[in-house]
Design a binder for this molecule. Structure first.
Ligand SMILES: Cc1cc2nc3c(=O)[nH]c(=O)nc-3n(C[C@H](O)[C@H](O)[C@H](O)COP(=O)(O)OP(=O)(O)OC[C@H]3O[C@@H](n4cnc5c(N)ncnc54)[C@H](O)[C@@H]3O)c2cc1C
Length: 405
């Protein structure tokens, strides 16, 4: 570059691209190390996903975090950072800032009041660390140089010792998500694994949509299975399909075109229970029995569905053969369907796949052979299950990278 333009450019030891969970945490950590840090983001406000997370109360970590809670082609990659910055470390940080929190499901910590509290912690840390934040700023091009990178931005040129790419995944484009992290990874010769929406509601084909849409808003505990994984948690029926924690969890393992199976009565062995009922209340019918074990409207819908797909049912349980009971039990406990698809990035909480980690240092998150360029957070091919694991990855990868400056 002509020396004149370089000398007129801004300078920083570290530029962080992306003022989300990982970017802000990394910038503050690097700032405390004494580095001159600039954070740039094209969005109007910082930490947008933090604000909308956890239903507005940000499930900011999970005390039971282990590497087994993450999906990645390279499952060992996340171990070192997770070990060096634990959920307890983040809890200590939020406690220092006076954030009140509650444990919902075992290990899942949420703000007692609002996600704004976590945004406040991140921005306060950023300020205390001396790092500067520039919103509504576009990155136009990046040129690696012998001693760092030269960035062309809407702020002007920035001569930086290092660039940390913390641009997250593709989910919720209306919150500022873009694929820039993947484009930059390709520019630096890195492999980008195919991406798909994760922790996302599943949609139904018209036949099932028609059946369940009237139950929209109803939630019940199920066991749901797809792609070799089973989750027992609540399922929520929506007017488009299926949501709720059980469905979001299984969506990470479900691939387009695969079948999903639902056990509507996960706490019962239906064939044993129906045999007992046949003895004790022989005159009762299946509809009444279902109504006692499931939410009434769901029981009625499943009963209607059984009558559509099977031979007419006898009025009394006494008239059900063992074979018929086993058939009904299978229907209720292994209800197999093919989702039409998922709701996609529009509502997904995370993006599966992304920048392959094999050429990234698990110690400081630098690209192999290009120490000045780092990738952290969700842009990498590391995706957590539901329950605060994604933020824990954002914090841990950010701190590991930030401490290295
Ligand atoms: C609705 C919802 C609820 C969620 N709830 C939870 C939860 O409760 N617990 C949990 O652990 N996880 C939750 N997640 C997931 C969690 O929000 C993410 O995994 C986490 O935010 C990833 O952090 P990140 O810093 O890598 O990316 P992000 O937080 O997504 O930040 C990326 C930043 O990069 C910026 N950026 C993108 N493109 C550009 C560009 N071209 N130029 C400049 N800047 C750019 C964006 O504006 C954004 O500020 C939720 C996600 C969603 C969508």
């Amino acid at each position: 570059m002509p020396s004149q333009s370089v000398s007129s450019s801004l300078t920083a030891d570290v530029v962080v691209l992306g003022a989300g969970a990982a970017g802000l945490m990394c910038a503050a950590t690097a700032g405390y190390q004494g580095a001159r840090v600039l954070v740039i983001d094209h969005a109007k406000k910082p930490a947008g996903k933090v604000l909308m997370s956890g239903g507005g109360r940000c499930n900011f970590t999970n005390l039971n975090t282990t590497p087994a809670h993450y999906l990645s082609r390279n499952p060992h990659f996340c171990k070192s950072a997770l070990k060096r910055y634990t959920p307890q470390d983040f809890v200590e940080l939020v406690e220092r800032h006076g954030v009140e929190y509650v444990e919902k499901n075992p290990g899942q910590l949420f703000c007692a009041e609002s996600s704004k509290e976590i945004q406040r912690v991140l921005l306060t840390e950023l300020e205390w660390s001396g790092a500067q934040l520039h919103l509504r700023t576009q990155l136009e091009a990046v040129q690696p140089r012998a001693d760092g990178v030269l960035l062309h931005t809407s702020l002007g040129q920035i001569d930086a010792g290092a660039l940390v790419i913390a641009t997250g995944g593709l989910s919720i484009p209306t919150m500022g998500a873009t694929g820039i992290g993947y484009t930059l990874a390709r520019q630096f010769g890195l492999e980008v694994l195919p991406t798909r929406a994760g922790l996302v509601p599943l949609t139904l084909h018209p036949e099932h949509k028609h059946l369940f849409a009237p139950l929209s808003g109803l939630s019940c505990p199920v066991a749901i299975h797809a792609g070799g994984h089973t989750f027992t948690d609540d399922l929520l029926l929506t007017h488009r399909g299926l949501s709720g924690p059980a469905v979001l969890q299984v969506s990470n393992f479900w691939q387009e075109g695969q079948e999903v199976s639902i056990n509507w009565l996960p706490d019962l062995c239906v064939s044993t229970a129906l045999r007992q009922e046949r003895q004790q209340a022989a005159k009762a019918g299946l509809a009444a029995w279902l109504g006692r074990h499931l939410p009434k409207r769901l029981a009625a819908t499943l009963y209607e569905e059984i009558t559509l797909h099977h031979d007419p049912l006898p009025a009394r349980l006494a008239d059900l053969s063992n074979e018929r009971i086993d058939q009904l039990a299978n229907h209720l406990q292994n209800w197999v369907f093919k989702p039409a698809g998922s709701e996609g990035y529009r509502t997904a909480e995370v993006t599966l796949g992304g920048v392959a980690t094999e050429q990234i240092s698990s110690q400081n998150f630098a690209v192999q052979g290009l120490e000045a360029v780092r990738f952290i957070g969700e842009v990498l091919d590391v995706t957590g299950q539901l329950g605060g694991f994604n933020f824990q990855w954002a914090w841990a990868s950010a701190v590991a990278c930030g401490r290295s400056f």
